[in-house]
Design a protein around this ligand. Structure first.
Ligand SMILES: Nc1ncnc2c1ncn2[C@@H]1O[C@H](COP(=O)(O)OP(=O)(O)OP(=O)(O)O)[C@@H](O)[C@H]1O
Length: 599
């Protein structure tokens, strides 16, 4: 097998290089207005914000999927989509991770992969991956303006330009078709039945990840209703896989599958003792569930496309008997990446010459980033953070980036028997005092009264207590698509409304103290000058109890750049301090922090 595979790959590589060159040539002809910033402006104009509960169609007389078909027809893509060999994934939690695992596995199997995920954290190009890499700016611009101008020429009152997500979905199809990917892995945006991606008529296989209560304003108030939306991606007789679900959800999935003669199977979570690799590249117990689903989806995809047999050449008997995963699967599961999900970034202070200061002159600052924003994911995030801070070991500094844009720490697994030894090693190897800090924001459509207690309880039950919770507004806004290179300034608009952050703070203090508390001055921000003093972090406030009365375990921070600076100053001032900062509640916040940490 390997001989033919490598011949195939090397000719693919040459072809790819030729294509890249052809692209560079054609991009020189682009008008100035076709710059990346102009594309971001154009995308921003597609953002439609509907009031909560407003179900009126966004525009035009056609239904959403009907419009999607019309747009695709205009672009000459409607027929071609049926040529894509799609893995279509819906679910409440774990879609992005499952898709990332699938992509890495099938790429390791030697296929040209296309991956469409949402949302993006820093730059919109993250949503479109070709062969594991974000689409290049050149390619993005070519395909973007091609779709944009053709659609613009054809819009009318009855057929307005598509809203943002619909346009991005169309663009994904355009890119994957033009780039002739072998497999297109497509993550549903919201729900399933009515999602823009559901124009896919005949995927190779469908997946439904863990179901929970999220986006209820659009999908309904019960797990059953939500499951019904997600099962809307099932297609007659096309195999589907899901993960273990609560019976209320599973019953609906089974019923829908039955009606469409869909063979629906439950994928077993990956057995960490037996999977044949060292660590999964995406951390957290919940990733075992996502990885198990990805394995089933990829195996099914390989079988249905006539490629499974070729993989069995090595270790044939064990793999065939289901005792072992093919080596390419193990490699994929060990290397898949997805920013902002259980990601650890070690922030190394810079010296005057700009190089990383790895001496003992400064304390340690490590960011633990996870964009959890639903109750279930907050629990998963809390479990991961508690385990990861205990297993904390030196990670690679962000100032010396590896081949990918971000620095994902390949942590030793904190599951299984290796865990204790690893923890002990760490404790002995460091004489720094560890403090856990929470950096939190969430959208006002989320319920912090549900999210924050889950975080505190799960962390607390494993002995992790936050010394301080910082509530901060996100920088990015929902009415603008910005490029990854756009600059985040530290300026604070004088008009910034921090009432949501004060609300979060009040809820936090109530959870910690068990009752309403009146907050003292150090936790109120009247201006930048009233940033809390650094010493607040050194005080032992990790066990705030009801008897601590007015002792604020939290602060509202006026801006994110200032918060990062404040944290950096804290560790600079105190070399014996190790700050472990959990950033969560919003993927926007996580993206903003990642952007700021790149310096
Ligand atoms: N199987 C799971 N069960 C519970 N929580 C999970 C699971 N998988 C991921 N999570 C949590 O959800 C967050 C988002 O993960 P991921 O991007 O894989 O899911 P998603 O379905 O694409 O979510 P989103 O819709 O928020 O983008 C993770 O950071 C983690 O906190």
């Amino acid at each position: 097998m390997s001989g033919s595979r490598y011949t195939k790959m090397s000719s693919q590589v040459i072809e790819k290089m030729e294509n890249e060159l052809a692209f560079k040539g054609s991009c020189q002809d682009l008008p100035l207005s076709s710059s990346y910033e102009a594309a971001m402006e154009a995308l921003s104009s597609l953002i439609t914000r509907q009031k909560r509960g407003d179900r009126t169609p966004v525009g035009g007389k056609f239904g959403k999927l009907e419009r999607m078909s019309i747009y695709l027809r205009i672009l000459g893509l409607e027929e071609k989509i049926s040529g894509l060999k799609v893995i279509h994934v819906a679910g409440t939690k774990g879609k992005g991770s499952t898709c990332a695992f699938c992509e890495a596995i099938l790429r390791e199997c030697g296929f040209r992969t296309g991956l469409f995920t949402s949302p993006h954290l820093i730059d919109v190009s993250e949503r479109f991956r070709l062969d594991g890499l974000d689409v290049s700016e050149d390619k993005f611009l070519i395909y973007f303006w091609d779709c944009w101008s053709q659609l613009k020429e054809n819009v009318s009152e009855d057929l307005p330009m598509p809203p943002l997500f619909q346009f991005l979905t169309i663009l994904a199809f355009k890119i994957f078709i033009s780039e002739q990917v072998d497999v297109a892995i497509i993550e549903v945006g919201l729900g399933g039945k009515k999602d823009s991606t559901n124009v896919i008529k005949e995927p190779v296989v469908c997946g439904i990840t863990s179901l929970g209560l999220d986006h209820m304003e659009a999908l309904g108030n019960t797990l059953g209703e939500i499951a019904s939306h997600k099962a809307g991606i099932f297609k007659p007789q096309i195999p589907a896989f899901t993960v273990p679900q609560l019976s209320e959800a599973m019953d609906v999935l089974e019923e829908t599958a039955g009606g469409l003669m869909v063979p629906l199977q439950v994928a077993v979570p990956l057995d960490i003792q037996r999977w044949g690799g060292d660590t999964l590249s995406l951390s957290g117990d919940h990733q075992l569930v996502n990885a198990g689903l990805a394995v089933s989806l990829c195996k099914c995809w390989l079988q249905r496309t006539g490629n499974w047999e070729k993989l069995l050449e090595k270790k044939q008997d064990e793999v065939a008997a289901g005792l072992e995963l093919p080596p390419a699967f193990v490699r994929g599961l060990s290397t898949a990446r997805l920013s902002g999900r259980a990601q650890i970034v070690h922030d190394t202070p810079l010296m005057f010459n700009g190089s990383a200061d790895t001496s003992e002159n400064s304390g340690e600052l490590t960011f633990y980033l996870d964009g959890a924003h639903s109750p279930e994911s907050m629990e998963a995030c809390a479990r991961w953070f508690s385990g990861a801070t205990k297993a904390n070991k030196t990670s690679t500094p962000l100032s010396s980036p590896p081949s990918t844009s971000f620095n994902v720490l390949n942590m030793k697994s904190f599951w299984g028997n290796g865990c204790l030894n690893y923890e002990n090693d760490c404790v002995q190897s460091s004489n720094k005092m560890s403090k856990q800090i929470l950096l939190f924001n969430c959208m006002d459509v989320r319920d912090p009264q549900i999210l924050l207690p889950r975080l505190v309880n799960i962390c607390g039950s494993s002995g992790t207590h936050f010394s301080k919770a910082l509530f901060v507004p996100s920088v990015s806004t929902y009415n603008k698509v910005t490029s990854g290179t756009s600059v985040i300034t530290s300026d604070i608009p004088t008009t910034r409304d921090l009432s949501w952050q004060y609300n979060l703070q009040r809820i936090w203090e109530k959870i910690i103290h068990g009752k309403d508390v009146s907050l003292d001055k150090s936790s109120k921000m009247d201006s930048v000058d009233s940033l809390p003093p650094h010493e607040l972090l050194y005080q032992d406030i990790s066990h705030c109890s009801p008897t601590d009365r007015n002792f604020a375990c939290s602060a509202v921070m006026p801006s994110l750049p200032l918060t990062i600076k404040w944290l950096r100053d804290c560790v600079k001032e105190n070399p014996s301090l190790r700050l472990q900062v959990l950033v969560t509640g919003s993927l926007h916040l996580v993206g903003d922090v990642l952007k700021l940490l790149r310096r």
